[in-house]
Design a protein around this ligand. Sequence first.
Ligand SMILES: C[S@@+](CC[C@H](N)C(=O)[O-])C[C@H]1O[C@@H](n2cnc3c(N)ncnc32)[C@H](O)[C@@H]1O
Length: 441
Amino acid sequence: MSEQQIDYRIIAKTFAGLEKVLAEEIRVLGGQHIKVMQRAVEFTGDKSLLYKANYLCRAALRIIKPVASFFAENEDKLYKEVKNIQWEDYLDIHSTFSVDGLTSFSNITHSKYLALKSKDAIVDRFREATGKRPSVDKDNADLRINVRIFKNNCTVSLDSSGESLHKRGYRQGTGPAPLNEVLAAGMILLSGWKGKSNFIDPMCGSGTLPIEAAMIALNIPAGKFIEKFAFESWKDFDPEIWQQIKNEAFDNIRENKIKIIGSDWSGRILQVARDNIKAAGLEENIELHPEFVKDVIPPPSPGVMVTNPPYGERIKMSDISNLYREIGDALKQNFKGYSAWIISSHMDAIKHIGLKPSDKYKLFNGPLECSYVGFDMYEGSRKEERPYRTKENQTSSPAQKKEFRSQRNTQARYSDRNQKSHGSNTRGPKRRPGNSRPTKK
Ligand SMILES: C[S@@+](CC[C@H](N)C(=O)[O-])C[C@H]1O[C@@H](n2cnc3c(N)ncnc32)[C@H](O)[C@@H]1O
């Protein structure tokens, strides 16, 4: 087995609520022994998978490679164990490194001290063996080392990403409350959308959701615009494997004729979205419209709407209720045949949408706990005809039954159209575009 094919433990970090979509991304890339953890997914794979996870996983914030785990009940044990790691495999005296420490519920109580003690152990190992030592560079290190200690259990890892992977490299500007790019991509993946039907965000702000949607639809690697990953400075970096991965990903970029639309009532914020879209090279793929949400007419169904409306921190309760009522009215009137997804930390406001959610996930937008709710907007659905009412026997009068049959026929026509234009499976009444998605919590 060549060195590059040796499998090791890898951990991909993410936001709470996105672990399962990330695990699915890793499974598709070939990860083995996948374990869903809190805000992380652990798996095994080789060097090539480590590079791919950095470059292609949309729901990952950071990819780390654990190199040692041990019990460290005090600083002497920590020093001894860190010094015992074969640092020559990862560093030489001409390399630079940095150590980031984080401690919780442990006898070593200060994160900075944890980092300092670990750094001393690494330096002493080199100095004792060679009389020389690698230098520390906090900002631009060749090797970034993480030391985490929880309940005295310590793990030492190498950070293969560098900057957080949400910094995709296309953002030129932001609006008042931009979505984190990883959260935006994770929301789209949670909705089950895979770029096979139209997409719209009617309150798109700086355009994060439409941009992430377009990158999914065109199969553009999440890391396409990232200039350098930390693993490119590693001692064992293999430029040939890396180039091959980038070439393959480039070959897999596809055309897509679906419509991806962003709209917002603010022309000023749409200019920011335009700049971001241009930086991502997606001007041809995303349309922007200045519009109030109540006036938005989406492209023909089937389609998916994903949006991140204001949560009301700076808005009066009556205004926020009105806004969410308007969103609900727009969905009922204009989004028939759509699956609609809304994230908000304002649980009361969500009720003003006036529709029963068919799906619900708990997510965090920064520190705010949010509900991410999905609604199925069936043809002909009205408030009293909730989207989840799909069975003919749930209707009672002959008139209702007749209307149900007509709705069902219309849905069948959409399914046919979907199948013809995208080659996807028939879209049954409870299915969203795309075939599989993780089970909800
Ligand atoms: C939380 S921000 C969206 C941020 C966006 N997801 C991003 O990543 O930049 C909410 C957006 O809704 C827009 N908005 C608020 N009320 C609106 C309305 N009635 N119609 C259309 N857009 C509205 C605001 O201008 C703002 O850009």
